[in-house]
Design a protein around this ligand. Structure first.
Ligand SMILES: O=c1ccn([C@@H]2O[C@H](COP(=O)(O)O)[C@@H](O)[C@H]2O)c(=O)[nH]1
Length: 245
C-alpha cells in the first residue's frame, strides 16, 4: 500500500448507517485493510452506543461521531465533554445553534482534555446546510432567503469565528468555503454519488472525483458503499477515482 493510496483512503469517510453493531461489523470485515475513516451516525449510535465507538477505536479506526448536536450551550458543552472522552477523532454540532453554542462545544472538549491528558483533541466541525436541502426548501420551507451557497458560506464564516476546525457541507460548496475560510479550514462533504448511482434523498451531490477537485478535505459515502453488491469493490473504485482526480 503506497503513501498516496493511504492518504487518499484516509479522506474517505464510510457512513456506517446500520440498525445494529453486527451489520456494521460485517462491513468492517468486508473493508478490512482499507485505511478509511468510519462514521457513526444516529442510527448506529442510538442502537449500539459508546461501546461500538470504543470498539472501532480499539481496532485502530479513525472515527467521526456524527451526532449533530444542536441544543443550549450548557448541554452541548456536556455532550462535547462526553464525546471527547470516547476518544473520537471528529464530531459535529449544528452551526445554526450559534456562536455561543459552538464555543461551548470547544469548552467541553477542553474540559475533557484537562481531566485526562492522554486524550486526543478531536476535530470539531459544524453542519452548515444539510446536503438533502434544496434551494426551494431553504427559501420556502425553512424561510432562509438567498442562495444555498450564500447560507453555507455565512454558516462557515460563523463556524470559523467560533474557533471550530471546519464544516459539513456539500462538495458543491467546497471551493467557495476554501476561498472564504482558508485552506486549513476542514470541509467534510457528504452527498457523494459516483456517476450513475442513485441520488436517493440527497439534493446537492457531486462525484468523488469532483469533490476532491473542488477542494473537499474529506468525502462521506454511505449507501453507494453499504448498499453495493460488492462493498469492497465500490470503496476501492471510489478511492481510485479520488486518486485520479
Ligand atoms: O449534510 C449532511 C450531513 C450528514 N450527512 C450524513 O452523511 C451520510 C451520507 O450517506 P449516503 O448514504 O451516502 O447518502 C449519512 O450518514 C448522513 O447522515 C449527510 O448526508 N448530509
Amino acid at each position: 500500500m503506497n503513501e498516496q493510496y493511504k492518504e487518499m483512503a484516509g479522506r474517505l469517510i464510510v457512513a456506517l448507517d446500520y440498525p445494529d453493531a453486527n451489520q456494521a461489523m460485517n462491513l468492517l470485515q468486508e473493508l478490512e485493510g482499507i485505511p478509511c475513516y468510519m462514521k457513526v451516525g444516529m442510527q448506529l449510535y442510538y442502537a449500539a452506543g459508546p461501546d461500538f465507538v470504543r470498539e472501532l477505536k480499539t481496532r485502530g479506526y479513525k472515527v467521526f461521531l456524527d451526532l449533530k448536536m444542536h441544543d443550549i450551550p450548557n448541554t452541548v458543552k456536556g455532550g462535547a465533554e462526553s464525546i471527547t472522552r470516547l476518544g473520537v477523532d471528529m464530531f459535529n454540532v449544528h452551526a445554526a445553534g450559534g456562536k455561543d453554542m459552538m464555543k461551548a462545544a470547544l469548552a467541553g472538549v477542553d474540559k475533557a482534555l484537562q481531566s485526562n491528558s492522554s486524550l486526543q483533541k478531536p476535530l470539531v466541525i459544524a453542519v452548515t446546510q444539510l446536503t438533502s436541502t434544496a434551494q426551494d426548501v431553504l427559501n420556502q420551507e425553512i424561510g432562509i432567503p438567498g442562495s444555498v451557497k450564500d447560507a453555507v458560506i455565512r454558516y462557515a464564516e460563523l463556524t470559523k469565528s467560533a474557533g471550530l476546525d471546519g464544516v459539513v457541507a456539500s462538495a458543491q460548496e467546497s471551493a467557495d468555503i476554501v476561498n472564504a475560510c482558508g485552506k486549513d479550514f476542514v470541509t467534510v462533504t457528504p452527498g457523494i454519488r459516483p456517476a450513475g448511482s442513485d441520488q436517493g434523498d440527497q439534493k446537492r451531490v457531486l462525484t468523488p472525483g469532483e469533490a476532491i477537485r473542488n477542494g473537499s478535505s474529506y468525502i462521506v459515502v454511505g449507501r453507494p458503499i453499504t448498499g453495493a453488491e460488492k462493498p469492497r469493490a465500490a470503496a476501492e473504485q471510489i478511492i481510485k477515482e479520488m486518486l485520479e482526480a
